[in-house]
Design a protein around this ligand. Structure first.
Ligand SMILES: CC(C)(COP(=O)(O)OP(=O)(O)OC[C@H]1O[C@@H](n2cnc3c(N)ncnc32)[C@H](O)[C@@H]1OP(=O)(O)O)[C@@H](O)C(=O)NCCC(=O)NCCS
Length: 158
């Protein structure tokens, strides 16, 4: 199912920024020279489908993806404008770094970017952890959103 986020209600969260700083985590837009490193990391941790989506968001100018880094190492990513315009995702945080607010900080970075681009709402396609999106940004399920943009996706296992 797809979820909807009202971008009028999405604002920077200074406490979360401070939490990232205390944890030594930097959230920033991806840079073109990082393309191979980042897509390789996403493929290894989350599979080739997400790496392909990351590649599409990376090819936008400026790249429509944000990274989380700590001690110069990649620990998380978030993309938007990949599967379709106005869509958020995919996103992922290294298993060892989950539960520190990093996923929330990445999500906000992408959503605020979509807001600056002029969207009023963002769509999260084919949501997995719905409670994460409900809790962090008040996302709500979109009625009748199945099948969505991922319908009929070719799968290497098929
Ligand atoms: C989903 C994911 C990105 C969250 O990253 P994270 O850094 O662990 O999340 P945060 O620490 O920012 O969590 C923010 C809040 O959401 C909650 N939360 C995080 N993951 C959750 C989940 N899977 N289900 C329900 N709640 C979740 C946290 O408890 C926290 O709540 P709190 O603020 O009340 O303490 C991460 O678990 C992940 O990489 N999962 C695998 C990939 C995935 O499913 N991506 C989403 C594709 S749609």
């Amino acid at each position: 199912m797809d979820y909807l986020v009202n971008l009028s209600l999405v604002k920077p969260v200074p406490e979360l920024d401070a939490r990232m700083e205390r944890a030594g985590v930097t959230i920033r837009r991806a840079l073109a020279p990082e393309f191979e490193l980042v897509t390789g990391w996403v493929r290894e941790k989350f599979g080739s489908g997400w790496a392909s989506e990351m590649a599409v968001s990376f090819a936008r100018q400026p790249p429509a993806c944000f990274l989380a880094t700590r001690t110069q190492k990649l620990i998380g990513f978030a993309c938007h404008e990949s599967i379709a315009r106005g869509f958020f995702g995919p996103t992922g945080v290294d298993e060892a770094a989950r539960g520190e607010g990093i996923g929330h900080a990445l999500l906000l970075a992408s959503l605020l970017d979509l807001k600056v681009m002029g969207y009023g709402y963002a769509i999260i396609g084919d949501v997995g952890p719905s409670a994460f999106y409900e809790r962090t940004v008040g996302a709500t399920p979109i009625p009748n959103s199945k099948p969505g943009v991922y319908a009929g996706l070719l799968n290497s296992a098929d």
